[in-house]
Design a protein around this ligand. Sequence first.
Ligand SMILES: NC(=O)C1=CN([C@@H]2O[C@H](COP(=O)(O)OP(=O)(O)OC[C@H]3O[C@@H](n4cnc5c(N)ncnc54)[C@H](OP(=O)(O)O)[C@@H]3O)[C@@H](O)[C@H]2O)C=CC1
Ligand SMILES: N[C@@H](CC=O)C(=O)O
Length: 357
Amino acid sequence: MKTIHLALFGPGKVGSKLLEQLSISEEHLKKSSGINVKLILVADSSHALLNPKGIKSSWNNGFKSGAKRYSFNDIKDYFRENEFKNLVSIDTTASEDFPQKYIALVNAGSHIIAANKVANTLSSEFYKELRKELKRNNKKFIYETNVGAGLPIVETLRNLHLSGEKVTRIRGVFSGSLSYIFNKYSEDEKDFSEVLKEAGILGYTEPDARIDLSGKDVGRKLLILARELELNKELTDVRIQSLIPKQLNGDTSLEEFNKRVEELDLHFGSYKKDKSEDEVLRYVGELNAVSGELEAKLIKEPKTSVLGQIEGADNIFEIYTESYKDLPLVIRGAGAGADVTARGVFGDILKISERLN
Ligand SMILES: NC(=O)C1=CN([C@@H]2O[C@H](COP(=O)(O)OP(=O)(O)OC[C@H]3O[C@@H](n4cnc5c(N)ncnc54)[C@H](OP(=O)(O)O)[C@@H]3O)[C@@H](O)[C@H]2O)C=CC1
Ligand SMILES: N[C@@H](CC=O)C(=O)O
């Protein structure tokens, strides 16, 4: 039996769903794959629950009362003192700061799995440094859920690229929340702000929905895919159309934005008026690997087109390559939500486990 020690950072919607899925599959994992998953840490931004012998699946009963305030140094000491074999840190936070600590985690003996997209969209210097440190420490970094949530996008693209297949273009709907929002908003007689709130409750938006509405989330995904193709790009190289009106942009705090979210209704009403009955709104990402251009923008699509037909929180990725020249390789399915994302992270745990002793 192979024991994998898991440290979970970010027990929010995705993180707690993952722990639920792991707990349900505990026996199945032991029997079918010979893997014993031992949860040795659960930490949110201020409190951490630590137990080197394994945290019970009922971890969330009184998490705040059982967990202790911590500093990042406490975590590094905990990892070093216990010398956990097959230690994997999972980042299901949406933190901009936590990913900057990945190198320290790797140096403290941990592999990394991330749903959080930030580490792969910081500067190229950080991107390269992280990979250098991973190699030096013989550690893995897997992040399939960075693009398309549970859909197999990152690995498919990497395999095509590494096998020498020339990927020329990727086009599609890369945002589950914007997909859901525009599907609902195009069909229903609801206000935009109401549909946005629904998307948040269903776990499709980022904790700060402005990351989705500003196009930054799609911009990040484009950059992650571009870097998989070894294109030397920064987030500032992505041409991004923001859907947030000026008065809610910039210095507005998240709390203030959430209070004033109804102000979006008029703004989005004009997008809706501007399209015909047989069209739908789609926020698309386009990566041209030949010219190196990356773009995220709102377009009108005929309802009958491939992009027009997607439903719910679906993503669709059309990948054009030398072999898939005229008819692209297409990957479609739910592109957001705690269940599918947690299942994708679970898949990453299995991938890492297969490579460890
Ligand atoms: N929802 C989806 O469909 C998808 C999400 N993702 C990614 O998954 C991540 C999680 O999303 P979601 O579950 O919706 O977010 P939530 O806001 O529900 O959860 C985030 C969790 O992270 C914790 N956290 C914040 N900062 C830190 C920190 N520095 N250290 C440890 N924990 C911290 C928060 O705790 P606290 O209460 O203390 O702030 C909270 O428990 C995001 O990065 C998102 O982009 C990726 C693909 C799809
Ligand atoms: N907020 C994201 C979640 C997955 O990455 C999205 O809407 O696609």
